[in-house]
Design a protein around this ligand. Sequence first.
Ligand code: HEM
Length: 263
Amino acid sequence: MARRGPYAPYSEVDPLEIFDSFADPNGPLSVLTRSAHVLAGITWIGLLYFFNFVQVPAYAQLSDGARSEALRKLTFRALWWFRWAALLTFLFGLMLMTIQGDGENMDLYLSGVGGTAILTGMLFGTTMFLNVWGVIWRNQKVVIGSAETVANGGEANPAAPAAAKAAARASRANTFMSITMLWFMVFAAHGAVWFDGVGSTVGYWILVLVCWAFVEGSALGLIGGMDSPFNKLAFDQHRNTIIGGFIMLAVIYFIGWELMLAV
Ligand code: HEM
């Protein structure tokens, strides 16, 4: 079956044809999966931005009692949507990769221009997903559990402040990485066509992996501890997190793509 272009006259379109190519790259299943992926993705990242840009500064101004109540009734609910949306985004993302790679063409898909872009987006997206379940949620359970105990007349968990710090650092790192992540998600299918091909990818991947390891390693406290100069500069204020996120994107795009990859 000849693949229809987007401008095929309606008279040439047979609605039943879609079942012949249902699971092909860019076929109907890919369209449905892509929509589900983006819908779950905006739910996740929307809540991430709410936590970082709205909740953190607002909570700093609330009284202890009000903050505890909001944590237990508002943040707790928001985190439910947040972590399940992150899981769905990840699973639909993997499904999309499988469909677009189309079995034996997977090597070709992942090694081309679009593949290099999507692998970059997936590196950051998957790290963010692991931060949600492995760091943010794991630590928020301790923080919210402690607030619950105190509200019921018990003692605060002494581990709660350190857990809150670990969750906050990972949340800021996710905000930082989200800018590069989203750029390359979209670039894979809509911008990579500007490039005739990719040159040597070794230098590019060294650059990307150094940026990624430094940001994630810092957020986890593996590079100079939780209060390293970088963490304080990039993660204490959300304004700096946003600026830092755009700087990393500019470094990876202009140095990585324009100088190292473009042929
Ligand atoms: C968690 C790990 C993630 C994985 C494994 C993943 C995987 C993918 C894959 C394979 C594609 C298809 C690219 C192509 O057409 O060649 C894609 C596209 C896309 N993803 Fe993700 N993704 C992830 C996270 C996210 C997140 C958090 C968002 C946030 C909204 C997101 C938004 C998008 C968008 C907007 C597109 C492009 C759709 C288009 O332009 O057609 N992804 N992703």
